[in-house]
Design a protein around this ligand. Structure first.
Ligand code: G3P
Ligand code: MG
Length: 248
């Protein structure tokens, strides 16, 4: 049985610390967050790293495509001061060191496979291979992706690890129900813009949990909770946890 928490820290707790860093994960843990969502992609030399964008520019002092940067290049970069001076000096973490920290902190993980274009299969293969060396808690792991090719690889490589089909309102596959079935998705993870009562009901009829990203407004969180949403991704876990407590 999957032990889904009510909230999942988005890219750690990226409202309070630089996204997808060990510091962001620690910040989430300090807030009592049980699971975090993190994005994984490959360096040029195929090291899996925790990073969101295709380019280095927004969240580091580097520039250009991640796919052109080696692990050695990545280690030279600084990934904290764009967020706040107090985080200056923070590094982009490898998947390996990230997983070690999550195990130390006893946290669950939604690993989003976020491949650079053309690397959909190998990103899934390499990330899952790395994860398989460390991760035992099947009930506290979700592998998600917008890439159907990556999810197909994940299904074939690690059929026992639960997968989530990610859906985004601006690029909805018309055949998403069939896709979810084909990929044997355990959950359907949708953008807030897709999260109408009817859509959530439709997911419930498939007997799958609906997860919604990214919810930073406690009022909206309470509405989604009342519609039966299983879990929400948030940048501000403390705000949403407190907002939800008011329901009970
Ligand atoms: O997995 C939910 C969410 O992380 C998907 O969008 O762009 O934040 O990775 P993005
Ligand atoms: Mg993500």
């Amino acid at each position: 049985m999957l032990k889904l928490p009510k909230i999942i820290g988005h890219r750690g707790a990226c409202g309070y610390a630089p996204e997808n860093t060990l510091e962001s994960i620690r910040t989430a843990a300090d807030m009592g967050v049980e699971w975090v969502e993190l994005d994984v992609k490959l360096t040029k030399d195929s090291i899996p790293i925790i990073f969101h964008d295709d380019d280095l520019d927004r969240t580091t002092n580097g520039s250009g495509p991640v796919r052109e940067a080696t692990w050695e290049d990545i280690q030279q970069l600084e990934a904290g001061s764009w967020f706040a001076d107090s985080f200056s000096g923070i590094k982009i973490p490898s998947l390996e060191e990230t997983v070690e920290l999550l195990i130390d902190l006893d946290m669950g993980l939604n690993l989003e496979i976020k491949p650079c274009a053309g690397r959909e299969i190998e990103t899934a293969e390499i990330a899952l291979d790395m994860l398989s060396r460390y991760w035992d808690a099947h009930d506290r792991l979700l592998i998600s992706s917008f890439s159907h090719v990556s999810l197909e690889s994940a299904r074939d490589l690690a059929p026992d690890w639960r997968r989530s089909l990610l859906l985004w309102h601006e690029d909805m596959p018309a055949d998403w129900v069939e896709l979810a079935d084909y990929l044997d998705a355990a959950t359907i993870n949708i953008s807030d813009q897709l999260a109408t009562r009817d859509f959530i009901r439709q997911i419930a009829e498939m007997e799958k949990p609906a997860l919604v990203y990214t919810i930073n407004d406690p009022h909206r969180a309470r509405i989604l909770q009342s519609w039966g949403v299983a879990s929400m991704f948030t940048d501000v876990p403390d705000v949403i946890l407190e907002g939800m407590l008011q329901v009970h």
